[in-house]
Design a protein around this ligand. Structure first.
Ligand code: IDP
Ligand code: MG
Length: 149
């Protein structure tokens, strides 16, 4: 069982695509365990994107992610990281396959709609920036036996 961290970025909120994108995540069958609507602070953005600190796009990335509200989520299930990354699509929307979130809704790498952790280890780190352990909700979706054997 894996936990994956997802952030619907400010462009998703500003464009009114929150419902559209959450629907795709829900449709996978992955279990929602936490969700909140928040404006990312400078401090959170610096922690989240610390790995990109030396990259030329880092200042604009931090500005983008802190520029308007976001929706942070944690989902859980077998292969949650790979499954989520697959439905998100390639980093640059021009390379993202149609049918993926970035492939269907994006055109610019600087406005690629959604973040999803690229490993279980990074998911744990990123969940810790956005949520406390107490915010993880323990529940049993009634559909679960029809989603996971
Ligand atoms: P990912 O979001 O697909 O995991 P990363 O390489 O981890 O992609 O980059 C993190 C985020 O930084 C991207 O989602 C995108 O918002 C931004 N980014 C990455 N590369 C570029 C770039 O070349 N120009 C502008 N922004 C970029
Ligand atoms: Mg990444």
């Amino acid at each position: 069982m894996e936990r994956e961290f997802i952030l619907l970025k400010p462009d998703t909120v500003q464009r009114g695509l929150v419902g559209e994108i959450i629907k795709r995540i829900e449709n996978t069958g992955l279990k929602l365990v936490a969700m909140k609507f928040l404006q990312v602070t400078q401090d959170m953005a610096e922690k989240h994107y610390a790995v990109h600190k030396e990259r030329p796009f880092y200042p604009s990335l931090v500005k983008y992610i802190t520029s308007a509200p976001t929706v942070a989520m944690v989902v859980e299930g077998p292969n949650a990281v790979a499954k989520t990354r697959n439905i998100v699509g390639a980093t640059h929307p021009k390379d993202a396959t149609p049918g993926t979130i970035r492939g269907d809704f994006g055109i610019d790498i600087g406005r690629n709609l959604i973040h999803a952790s690229d490993s279980v280890e990074n998911a744990t780190y990123e969940i810790g920036i956005y949520f406390t352990e107490e915010e993880m909700v323990s529940w049993d979706p009634i559909r679960q036996p029809w989603v996971v054997e």
